[in-house]
Write a protein that binds this ligand. Structure first.
Ligand SMILES: [Zn+2]
Length: 685
């Protein structure tokens, strides 16, 4: 059955190729505008993101508006067939606004109000800031609602950070009253405030976490982070409200920031029509391209999963170097094409850049751009971008297609917050994100598609669900996992799981709490290993290619309650005790990895599970190390993206009789194919 989400806006039924464009920085240079338009066509760009950070140009004084420049550039873009994603300008505010209404400026956790400066420097609660934002958005929506270029609203820019002003403190207390049914007693119990005599006797005593105040009441910290997400979403909804009313048919997005720790993006997803994110990997720096390629693949999959497989947009990426790390490396030949098509391979319907043209001054003047300070098209970067534009134009059929996955990995923000805030057994180096990715890596290597979910998503459509370090478990989640395994699913959990409930209160009666029954074991103690210290895991199972695997970080000392051991510890006083177990449960199985075990183990173990569960592999041929394959499909036609993240040419041997159509160059591929260093191919079948 054919299943496609279609393009995000029917006006533009192609993969989007474009950039953040700030013509307002060049109003005194009309010749630059004309040159930009010429170069956009040359680069194969079909869409620009306008408006971001342009508030002072649109409303130079309170209530005085100037849309002349915007009218002109919108019309010029439309005349060239270039569409516009409009970024609402709330990410930074004009001087006059902060000067007249200081409440809009953010207050730090030290309770000091910021001066004007930077961006993202505003209070999400301030009714005044919300009103000013809604006012400007109303005017913009009314003015451009029928403009032929407009295809999408892009709310603000990279929502993030938190404000601790009195308005936010009051809003936090209101949020808590609602959550705890107006019962301070319930809150005190949930936060375990009898500890250190921190019991609240009045709501007014509640303050957000502060370095010079309350910071070790973990449940308070957790609720504060939840509040910050909810308040940011609430601000976003206030921004979106006039756009929804005036332009109900224009889709809305906002640019997310990957695994940014400060906001739970699952709370944003239901309120935006299209997920988009900003991707800035630091290629050729401290990580191998293969490792980084895998990590970026994970985040792309997360963004695709946020709206149930619906294509997302790669809203920002750099065509060249970023400019904020200690050392900024250029992309080696091939890497621009590879990293851009990697996004498409995992479900993006766009390749977009920050930025179109390098600004002449200020903090991002050396950040990569399609058009450099040289101002013309005769550059390596421009040629890379234009060549990619040509490739994207050949992939119209990919638009709207998705990636069915049989494997899900749980990556949960609230779990991360609680886990990283906890004290003991290891306060450093738990590295939740890295630990989750270490499980993902085996599937990326094998070219098996994976969805990335939080703990509240429906698991029933997956064959295999992996939940690394599920420290915090919401009510009902243990039961949901039990039901999943009972009906034939395979579940993998690890050490440091099932420790606390949704209030960060420890489960009583034995860990892993609500996961104990399905895993068939009891965790009595956890040994923390020092940095550089290792234990070993000895496996005798047929799938093990090594007798011994290195383990680190945490070693869980467990008792079997129905599970059976597949591997045991090799050292220390717990030598011989179970380190990997399996528990048949209903029609399925639940596995437990009691320690952080090296990648070679994951590769063997998940290779075994992939065979056992007959997981679909995207490439019907062997993938050399560092080469991965991702697939998009509409249910009838498939698009296989084969990507070489190594700096060497790789040869692929196709089974006899198998033929693909190379969609980028129109040739037929059979028997054998070669991928150059950092090469990528898109094959239709
Ligand atoms: Zn505030």
């Amino acid at each position: 059955m054919k299943r496609s989400f279609g393009p995000s806006n029917d006006k533009l039924p192609h993969l989007i190729h474009g950039a953040d464009y700030n013509p307002e920085q060049w109003r005194d240079h009309p010749e630059v505008w004309e040159e930009d338009l010429r170069l956009m066509e040359l680069a194969g760009c079909n869409c620009m993101t306008l408006g971001m950070f342009s508030w002072a140009q649109l409303e130079p004084a309170e209530g005085e508006y100037d849309f002349t420049w915007l009218d002109e550039i919108m019309d010029k873009l439309a005349a060239r067939g270039i569409y516009v994603i409009f970024g609402t300008p709330s990410g930074a505010r004009p001087h006059w606004l902060a000067e007249k209404y200081p409440e809009v400026l953010r207050v730090g956790n030290n309770r000091v109000r910021n001066l004007f400066g930077g961006r993202h420097n505003h209070c999400y609660t301030s009714p005044l800031y919300r009103a000013k934002t809604a006012e400007l958005n109303t005017i913009l929506a009314s003015r451009y609602k029928d403009h032929p270029a407009l295809i999408m609203w892009h709310l603000s820019n990279e929502y993030g950070g938190e404000c601790h002003c009195e308005l936010c403190q009051d809003a936090f207390r209101g949020w808590l009253k609602q959550k705890y049914d107006n019962s301070l007693d319930r809150l005190n119990k949930a936060w375990w405030t009898t500890f250190w005599s921190h019991t609240y006797s009045d709501w007014s005593q509640i303050e957000s976490p502060a370095p010079h105040g309350e910071r070790l009441t973990h449940s308070l910290n957790l609720d504060w982070k939840r509040f910050v997400t909810d308040q940011t979403v609430d601000f976003m909804l206030a921004e979106a409200a006039p756009l929804r009313v005036i332009t109900p048919d224009i889709p809305i997005t906002t640019n997310l920031m990957g695994t940014y720790p400060g906001l739970n993006y699952w709370k944003f997803a239901p309120h935006i029509d299209v997920v988009s994110w900003d991707n800035y990997p630091q290629w050729h720096c401290d990580k191998s391209e293969t490792q980084l390629g895998m990590e970026v693949g994970f985040v792309h999959d997360l963004n695709r999963s946020l709206k149930g497989g619906k294509p997302f947009l790669l809203m920002e990426s750099t065509p060249s170097m970023t400019n904020w790390q200690a050392v900024s490396k250029l992309k080696k030949p091939g890497m621009h094409r590879l990293s851009s098509l990697q996004a498409v391979a995992h479900g993006s319907d766009s390749v977009q850049y920050f930025q179109w043209r390098q600004s002449r001054g200020s903090s991002e003047k050396f950040h990569g751009a399609v058009v450099s300070h040289s101002g013309h098209e005769h550059t390596r970067v421009f040629r890379d971008v234009a060549e990619l534009g040509g490739s994207l134009a050949r992939l119209d059929e990919v638009v709207g297609t998705t990636t069915p996955a049989e494997v899900a990995i749980i990556f949960d923000w609230e779990n991360r917050w609680a886990l990283e805030d906890a004290q003991g057994p290891r306060n450093i180096g738990l590295d939740y994100v890295g630990a989750v990715m270490s499980h993902y890596k085996s599937f990326w290597n094998a070219g098996i598609s994976v969805d990335i979910l939080d703990m509240h998503q429906d698991l029933s459509r997956y064959k295999l669900v992996i939940a690394p370090m599920l420290y915090l478990v919401y009510p009902g989640v243990g039961e949901m996992i039990e039901a999943f395994v009972k009906s034939g699913g395979t579940f993998v959990a690890t050490y440091w799981s099932g420790i606390v409930d949704e209030n960060d209160l420890c489960f009583l009666g034995g860990f892993p709490g609500p996961l104990r029954r399905v895993l068939g074991l009891w965790s009595e103690e956890v040994d923390a290993l020092l940095d550089g210290e290792h234990n070993s895991v000895l496996a005798t199972a047929g799938w093990a290619t090594q007798e011994s695997y290195e383990s680190s970080v945490l070693c869980d000392l467990i008792h079997l309650e129905g599970a059976e051991a597949l591997a045991v510890y090799g050292q220390d006083f717990y030598e011989g005790r179970p380190a990997v177990t399996v528990h048949p449960f209903g029609q399925g199985e639940a596995y437990y990895l009691a320690s952080r075990i090296e990648d070679a183990f994951h590769s063997d173990f998940y290779g075994y599970l992939a065979d056992r569960l007959m997981l679909a592999k995207n490439a019907p041929f062997r993938l050399p190390e560092g080469v991965t394959a991702q697939r998009r499909t509409d249910g009838e036609k498939s698009f296989l993206f084969v990507m070489n993240f190594t700096g060497a040419t790789q040869r692929l041997m196709l089974p006899e009789g198998l033929r693909f159509e190379d969609l980028l160059n129109g040739t037929t591929v059979e028997a054998e194919a070669e991928l150059p260093a950092f090469g990528v191919a898109v094959w239709g079948e």
